[in-house]
Design a protein around this ligand. Sequence first.
Ligand SMILES: Cc1ncc(COP(=O)(O)O)c(C=O)c1O
Length: 285
Amino acid sequence: MSRIAYVNGKFVPQRHAYVAMEDRGYQFADGMYEVAAFIGGALLDAERHLDRMEYSLAELGIPMPASRASIRLLIAELIAQNSRRSGLVYIQVTRGVAPRNHAPNAALRPVLSLSVLPVSIASDAARAKGAKAVTAPDMRWKRCDIKSIALLPNVMARGVSVSAGVRETIMVNAQGEVTEGSATNIFFVRPDGAIQTHPKDTHILGGITREVVIELAHAAGIAVVERPYAAADIPKAAEVFFTSTSAFVMPLTHIDDIRIGDGKPGPVTQRLIALYHAHVAKETA
Ligand SMILES: Cc1ncc(COP(=O)(O)O)c(C=O)c1O
């Protein structure tokens, strides 16, 4: 079954999905993206993803390419045309197509493209085993809250974990604080049972999974501390996990060859995995 994409206002086979050479996304990384999961054909946390999409576009001064309702309809059609029950939808909006010139022209028509990514959501078996990570310097700009398609520092950070043969790279800023993963948010379970994660500000991307996990933790009576965690304190963490649309809640068992806890997914992380599964089931029922 060939993949179907939406580009330039049409659904086309992915192999025929092209954008213009002078698309500002191609020439300046002048655009934003979203990734949302769909399960049983239903988009998970759709409104939250659309809120973040509107936020990124507003911060970049790019108009919404269509109404929220139209975008939801296009995504539903894309999922139906791809004949998949679950997976990930990739949404990208660039400022538009124009002769190369840095100046952002407010009159341009934004370019919306949609596709279904050929990857699966992490399995229960992967979560039961947990994953390993390494740390690397955070080399990014000062507006990490915008889900920009300019991902070179994230790509380079991820390259560090690829070379190390592990799942994720945890980025550490010049102050020695953990900001987030190359494409994930990082949580530490402290010895007192509270979970600590970097606050939602311009130094991190406010993950949708992060937001949901914080709400679930509050509702379950788990204390949440939104404060940067010192990389030097990684050995003191009882548990560590990351969150993302494609992995949900993933335990980290080793970071830079330091064993976290007893090297297995811990009880607080397992509880949050269960709570998150219940959230997914409710949302996609
Ligand atoms: C830098 C960064 N942080 C965090 C996340 C996790 O966000 P979400 O939970 O919305 O997938 C992502 C996802 O792509 C990311 O790129």
